[in-house]
Design a protein around this ligand. Structure first.
Ligand SMILES: [Zn+2]
Length: 206
């Protein structure tokens, strides 16, 4: 099957700020004639930067799960909850919907993102023969879920807000939620650093 040519094959490159099309050049200091932005056919150091951010995110995911993320306090008891114990607590307290949301946002989504980003990076580095379109679809999925990853932080924020309305006795966010926020930001930056055009660069044959 003949794949459509890349812009580089046609001797052109596009400015990633204003999308102006210009002649392709190897010069790393070339500037866009319209907006003056530095031109580069591919993001510089995309793979190493995406790996570094992904590994950092995975490292921060450990304290995000080990340290408590919120404290629930009533007259008789005080509980510090980690992500997992918080999910069980919500379930036990009769909020299975909220427990499911927190489980999806804080366990399923981050782990899925680690796995997919790792897979995309390895497949690009190994010039995988896997269908490029499928991998592009995976990349779009990672971008899409990125918008919803802060959900868990919002849940803690909402719970804290409920205190003011006296619906719950007392809930406070704890440092674990900061680590979780860092994980979310780092995985988003990792996905942004990854240049999806590399998927089409490294095909063995298609
Ligand atoms: Zn431009």
């Amino acid at each position: 099957m003949n794949a459509p040519p890349r812009a580089r094959d046609l001797g052109i490159t596009s400015c990633h700020v204003c999308r102006q099309i210009t002649a392709y050049t190897e010069d790393p200091h070339a500037h866009c004639p319209r907006c003056g932005n530095t031109l580069h056919a591919r993001k510089h150091g995309s793979i190493s930067r995406a790996w570094a951010l992904l590994i950092a995110a995975a490292v921060f995911y450990i304290p995000a799960n080990v340290f408590p993320i919120m404290r629930t306090q009533s007259i008789s008891s005080r509980d510090d909850n980690t992500i997992l114990s918080g999910i069980f607590e919500l379930w036990r307290a009769g909020s299975p919907g909220l427990a499911a949301i927190v489980f999806t946002a804080s366990i399923i989504v981050p782990v899925l993102k680690f796995v997919i980003m790792g897979f995309l990076l390895v497949s690009v580095q190994r010039s995988s023969g896997l269908v490029a379109r499928q991998r592009a679809r995976l990349y779009r999925f990672v971008e899409l879920v990125g918008y919803w990853s802060m959900l868990d932080v919002f849940v803690v924020a909402i719970l804290s807000a409920l205190v003011h309305f006296k619906i719950l006795s007392r809930v406070e966010p704890l440092p674990g939620v900061v680590y979780f926020g860092v994980v979310v930001v780092l995985t988003m930056l990792s996905a942004m650093s990854f240049d999806p055009r590399l998927i089409w660069d490294n095909r063995k044959s298609q």
